[in-house]
Design a protein around this ligand. Structure first.
Ligand SMILES: [Zn+2]
Length: 479
């Protein structure tokens, strides 16, 4: 069962605008200065954009110790490529780029790791711990494009975006329990201990679009200074975008939100740098050899980060229940399941540990558990025709996202907390292998058609049937 957006939450806040204003101020003063400069020396090329880290509650030394701890966790949790040749190549390329990185005198202990993950992504932890998915190496057309991704990541390190975001999040969301708990003890170590995850709940890698644009600009400068064709930065992102039009966007864009006018901004910086040097480096035989090596690596199926568990079926549903409160209903779900609210806030999923499975492209699918969503629909709760046509629409949408999905039983009436509902059974390919059963219950509510999709592999469905019924029996509508 395909679901979208349950893994990551989007971050927005006033703090982002604060950084924007900062950026604008830098740009403005640079512009005024340039105006004078150009008048004095006609024909001189414009100066490169000057970028500095934003306000930060952490010290660069905190970045290093925080990043080191996070990197140790990441190495345990992520499937690494474990190919010395690839690691040596990434280290060599990364070091060459890092030498051109303006760190303001801070000596970061750069490390470069290859992750055996087909999703096109890369991330850098504070302090210089860079992880590059095999998917990013495979997606790069040439060495300059891979260097572009790495230069972008290194720029996040130099601009200290991870702890800058954490600082802003702390300010913007002091009301949130985790930050109160975390920053009560202001060390980075506590942040990781309390959140228990190598990205500290995503805070360290939740960049703003402004931060993304800054990383592009500084990355372009690094590429240029290291002798690479600086246009590779824009080329890589342009290709990523074009290739995934209308499909799931690559994981890279969920960690690194696509800034506006990305390509234009990079082109502008290339011009400021004086254009593309005639002998700019684009590719190497070494890169092509490494790419072939990476393409030949076995594919690792991974559980979604945060729900990573032992391989095999999840533990049976607990008989103890936790309560979930949505805006228009409440329900009870097994207390050994986790809830995954949708990023847009409209729906929620519940799954046991190991119930979400990554298909290898960064897109997670629910193999065991329950998905709840709301679809647009009009009609009074008692209007049988409206219920049945809205239900058909939802089933068609599910079938569009899951092409092997077939209806096995439909049109049965039932009641959910006294409200008329429809029951539909479907079969589908399970992300856990074999066939799965999907039991869909739909009810018309003032906010639209509320649907519950109970999912388990066919072979295990009997073990979940009772739990699904208990959850549905516990549903209470607000009015
Ligand atoms: Zn980024």
């Amino acid at each position: 069962m395909s679901i979208r957006g349950s893994k990551r939450r989007s971050f927005s806040g006033n703090a982002e605008r604060q950084l924007c204003a900062d950026g604008a101020r830098h740009a403005l003063s640079a512009g005024l200065f340039l105006g004078v400069f150009l008048l004095l020396i006609p024909g001189a090329s414009a100066q490169r954009t000057q970028l500095k880290p934003g306000w930060n509650k952490f010290s660069p030394q905190d970045d290093i110790s925080l990043g080191k701890r996070a990197a140790t966790d990441a190495e345990k949790q992520l499937p690494l490529c474990n190919t010395p040749k690839v690691d040596a190549y990434l280290t060599q390329l990364g070091t060459r780029l890092a030498q051109k990185l303006p760190t303001g005198g801070v000596q970061y202990p750069f490390e470069f790791h290859c992750v055996n993950d087909k999703a096109i992504n890369a991330f850098a932890l504070p302090g210089g711990y860079v992880f590059i998915n095999r998917g990013a190496i495979e997606a790069a057309d040439n060495e300059a494009q891979l260097a572009a991704v790495m230069a972008h990541e290194l720029s996040h390190v130099a601009l200290r975006h991870g702890t800058n975001q954490a600082t802003k999040a702390m300010l913007a969301q002091t009301g949130l329990g985790i930050f109160g708990a975390v920053f009560g003890d202001t060390t980075g170590g506590a942040l990781l201990t309390q959140l228990g995850s190598f990205t500290a709940g995503g805070v360290l890698l939740r960049y703003s679009r402004t931060a993304e644009s800054q990383a592009d600009v500084m990355g372009t400068q690094v590429l240029y200074d290291a002798g690479y064709d600086p246009r590779a930065m824009a080329q890589f992102f342009e290709r990523l975008e074009a290739e995934t039009k209308g499909k799931n966007p690559p994981e890279f864009f969920s960690d690194h939100p696509n800034p506006e006018h990305r390509v234009e901004r990079v082109d502008e910086e290339v011009e400021k740098l004086g254009g593309v040097p005639a002998n700019a480096r684009r590719d190497s035989a070494e890169f092509e050899a490494i790419k072939r090596e990476v393409l030949a690596l076995p594919v690792v199926k991974k559980a979604t980060p945060g729900v990573a568990g032992p391989v095999g079926p999840p533990a049976p549903p607990s008989r103890n229940f936790s309560e979930y409160q949505a805006s228009s209903y409440t329900l009870k779900y097994p207390d050994n399941w986790k809830k995954y609210p949708d990023s847009d806030g409209g729906g929620v999923s519940f799954a046991p540990q190991g119930g979400l499975i990554d298909d290898g492209s960064g897109h997670s699918s629910l193999a065991y558990g329950l998905i709840i969503g709301v679809a647009q629909a009009k009609g009074s709760p008692d209007d049988g025709n409206a219920l049945s046509s809205a239900t058909s629409q939802v089933i068609q949408d599910l079938q569009k996202a899951n092409p092997s999905m077939k209806i096995t039983r439909q049109g049965e009436h039932l009641r959910l907390n006294g409200q008329p509902g429809l029951s539909t059974y479907l079969s589908n390919l399970s992300p856990a292998g074999g066939q799965e059963t999907d039991w869909v219950i739909t009810v018309l509510r003032p906010e639209g058609l509320l649907y519950f999709v109970c999912v388990a592999p066919q072979s295990a469905y009997d073990n979940y049937d009772k739990t699904f019924s208990s959850i549905l029996d516990s549903v209470r509508f607000a009015h």
